[in-house]
Design a protein around this ligand. Sequence first.
Ligand SMILES: Nc1nc2c(ncn2[C@@H]2O[C@H](COP(=O)(O)OP(=O)(O)OP(=O)(O)O)[C@@H](O)[C@H]2O)c(=O)[nH]1
Ligand SMILES: [Mg+2]
Length: 243
Amino acid sequence: MSGEPWLILPTYNEAENIEAIVTAASEVLAAAAPESFRVLVVDDGSPDGTGDIADRLVAEHDWVEVLHRTEKEGIGPAYLAGFRHALDHGAGYVLEMDSDFSHDPADLARLLQAVHDGADLALGSRYVPGGGVTDWGLLRRFVSEGGSTYARWVLGLRVRDLTGGFKCFRREVLEAIHFDGVRSQGYAFQVELTYRAVRAGFNVVEVPIIFRDRQRGQSKMSWRIAVEAMWLVPRLRFGPSFR
Ligand SMILES: Nc1nc2c(ncn2[C@@H]2O[C@H](COP(=O)(O)OP(=O)(O)OP(=O)(O)O)[C@@H](O)[C@H]2O)c(=O)[nH]1
Ligand SMILES: [Mg+2]
């Protein structure tokens, strides 16, 4: 194993969460990777001042960095910028996590462990035994699990949770899947990255996680993002543009 783990945290209006999530994540990473780790906040000019808090954290801790982007372009482009930066700076492992505590920072250690145990890409999964969702009503459960089932079926994959955004990539995976060419944004972005990794022959392993709703701050989930995911899936499978 070589190269340090980088955690990418995309933020848009996460002023109430950013400091707590960076602190909690760093404690887990420091235990899992005592030699060194990095946390990269990718903020899209949040009007609530998230970027200023991130700047203060950068001044306080030598393991934090922030990318300030001027435009809110969605989670996909934010992650691409973060991946590019992490790879350019020698990352051995790249982790994705929401910045709203829907993902439990403690699970970062389990994702890293799965990769150390041989996975090329470890996915935090709600839909394998031991995984799940708290706080969700029947409709949202149905839409989310149905979305994953639909994508799994159209794409011919065995992965149970395709839309989740809690992941750990070995560097080689990101290098191989030409992520610069990924144009999708919300859930579709997560589906496309995993699809590309499976297609490239990498070992993708699901790690059970419990997902909970954000406790603070505003949701950015929209129907547009869900619809984008629905029509991307057949295009990924049958479209000519896939490399
Ligand atoms: N940089 C950046 N981050 C974003 C953008 N949209 C969402 N995020 C972040 O991506 C993560 C996931 O987004 P959420 O708003 O939690 O979306 P969600 O999980 O689908 O919806 P809720 O949890 O219900 O609010 C959070 O850390 C957001 O702050 C964006 O356009 N740019
Ligand atoms: Mg969320």
